[in-house]
Design a protein around this ligand. Structure first.
Ligand code: GDP
Length: 282
């Protein structure tokens, strides 16, 4: 919605007239979910003394309040054990990149982080994680080609415990055409991780691509059924997408974003902040 929304407000301001239909259509197109879009439009219509000028402020406030004041942060690593993070999502959303960026962020904060390449189905995915690991100097545990992803996670978990890592980040597979198998695979990974620490994985993060709009919401629904999600990482916030899908996921599933991907580089990753996010939408 970003640029267009601003233009729309400027147009309303100039003509001192709010075109409600146009506003509603733009809100719907922003992927924030139809119910929320209608709700905002209705709420604004009912507001007294609302003019085109303060429309932006009112919209910003409504969207801000859709999110908790503090975004979910990662729990602290348990005493003497690594905090295990499972990164899940459909191929192409930016899952591998986000796993590497998150590892980089934690490492910059002074933590010892191990990456696990558990998408053994795609050689390219393992190579890609390896190349990030080399570039960012992050230790990585890889399995043999086609090794059972759960067994790669188990080995990585063993290594992380033995070598005193504070975080283990597992990059998982995301092929959609064998959805049932994928969901089985994720369940197996969870069970396997729990063998060495009953509370692992401690955090499951779904990666969704902001440019895919309502599809991202559908993916969140699907994954949440198979593996309980703690939060979402919204990638490609720098892209052509409207980015509003975080609102739709929050509204429907009560799952807040924890991080945003804002580019292809290792530093293009930031903890979710509702004020900054809403500003970027408007
Ligand atoms: P995966 O298949 O889900 O593991 O996706 P990848 O991590 O391979 O990413 C797919 C493509 O998206 C790559 O070209 C990444 O560089 C790109 N990508 C990932 N995150 C972002 C982001 O936040 N912004 C942009 N512009 N590109 C991203």
């Amino acid at each position: 919605m970003a640029g267009f929304f601003k233009k729309l407000f400027t147009k309303f301001s100039r003509s001192s007239r709010i075109d409600w239909e146009e506003l509603e259509a733009e809100l719907v197109a922003a992927d924030i979910g139809i119910r929320r879009a209608m709700g905002i439009a209705d709420q604004l219509k009912e507001s007294k003394g609302l003019d085109a000028e303060n429309l932006v402020e009112s919209t910003r406030e409504v969207l801000r309040r859709a999110f908790p004041s503090t975004a979910p942060s990662l729990p602290a690593p348990p005493e003497g054990k690594p905090l295990v993070i499972l990164v899940v999502g459909v191929n192409g959303t930016g899952k591998t990149t986000s796993a590497a960026k998150l590892a980089h962020l934690l490492q910059k904060q002074g933590s010892r982080v191990l990456l696990a390449a558990a998408d053994t189905f795609r050689a390219a995915a393992v190579e890609q994680l390896q190349s990030w690991a080399d570039k960012l100097n992050i230790p990585i545990c890889k399995g043999a080609p086609s090794q059972d992803p759960a067994s790669v996670c188990y080995e990585a978990h063993t290594q992380a415990i033995r070598e005193g890592f504070q975080y283990l980040i597992c990059d998982t597979a995301g092929r959609l055409h064998t959805r049932h198998n994928l969901m089985e695979e994720l369940s197996k990974i969870r069970r396997t991780l729990a063998k060495q620490d009953a509370s692992a994985p401690h955090s499951t993060l779904l990666v969704v691509d902001a440019t895919t709009g309502a599809n991202a919401l559908a993916q969140a629904r699907e994954f949440h059924k198979a593996t309980p999600l703690d939060s979402v990482i919204i990638t490609k916030m720098d892209g052509s997408g409207k980015g509003g899908v975080a609102v739709a996921i929050m509204d429907e599933m009560h799952i807040s974003p924890s991080f945003l991907g804002t580019g292809e580089g290792a530093e293009d990753f930031e903890p979710f902040n509702r004020d900054r996010y809403v500003d970027s939408l408007l």
